[in-house]
Design a protein around this ligand. Structure first.
Ligand code: DGL
Length: 267
């Protein structure tokens, strides 16, 4: 029975394609695992919605993951994570791993203790990153910017468009004014524009993507429960509630789409 459980997939959820940036890190960290990704692209973005609506959407995703027998669920979305892992898990049997706040990496990187947080309005509004960081070092100031324009433009494959470039400058300028030396990508969609952000911030700013720290949490949980696969070929199935052809194109920015199976699902 334990062996069967070990062979079950790891579920990964996000409002859309953003969680693919986390899936990439998960695959790198655990190459023998089978991944089942669910992106609710038909209803993204989540980050401008109410707590009640996001909680209801997440419940549909977790029910779907339960039906598909996952051994662990990774909330590859900061907006979903800040709801709290108990809320996400509900009555389901699987463990839930939320996005890391990468506190250790942030504290190692910042010299002037001015830290920027780029995230959805919902995530910024909870103050979750600030609380965890200041619990370790109260002298660190965390400046949150709700970057609401990013997700629709990324989901719409608008890379290189004047709209996306203008949005990048707008949000980067706000944080430059605060003289931050470290910036957390607090939404899993933002690694899709990491290079443009880095170019705008310039070399004096360290950008932190918590995907790798999250993958380490996922691995540690499986190891601890004796559920980590250490042999065999890994695989991944990527499901979207919206346009699969568009999802596949966007996935190509994060992983090799030829190595994944893509499916349309209804929640
Ligand atoms: N990728 C998401 C996050 O990390 C959610 C973006 C959204 O749907 O607004 O917060």
């Amino acid at each position: 029975m334990e062996t069967n459980r070990k062979n079950r997939p790891i579920g990964v959820i996000d409002s859309g394609v953003g969680g693919l940036s986390v899936l990439r890190a998960l695959q790198k960290t655990m190459p023998h695992e089978t991944f089942l990704y669910l992106g609710d692209t038909a209803r993204a973005p989540y980050g401008t919605r109410s707590r009640e609506t996001i909680t209801a959407f997440v419940a549909q995703m977790t029910d779907w993951m339960e039906e598909n027998g996952v051994k662990q669920l990774v909330a590859a979305c900061n907006t979903i994570t800040v709801l709290g892992t108990d809320v996400i898990r509900g009555s389901h049997s699987f463990a839930v791993i939320g996005m890391s706040k990468a506190v250790k990496e942030v504290l190692e990187a910042t010299k002037n203790k001015n830290v920027g947080l780029m995230a959805t309005d919902f995530t910024v509004g909870t103050g979750a990153h600030r609380k965890e960081i200041q619990a370790e070092d109260p002298a660190v100031q965390v400046f949150g910017v709700g970057c609401t324009k990013f997700v629709p433009l990324i989901e719409g494959n608008q890379f290189g468009s004047p709209e996306l470039e203008a949005a990048i400058s707008e949000y980067v300028d706000i944080l430059k004014e605060k003289e931050v030396d470290t910036v957390i990508l607090g939404c899993t969609h933002y690694p899709f524009v990491r290079e443009s952000l880095a170019a705008d911030f310039g070399p004096g700013v360290t950008i932190i993507d918590p995907a790798e720290a999250t993958a380490r949490l996922s691995k540690a949980d499986l190891e601890q429960r004796g559920l980590l696969r250490t042999e065999g070929r890994g695989s991944c199935t990527i499901c979207f509630t919206g346009d699969v052809a568009l999802g596949r194109r966007l996935a190509g920015r994060m992983l090799d789409p030829a190595a994944c199976e893509f499916k349309q699902v209804t929640l």
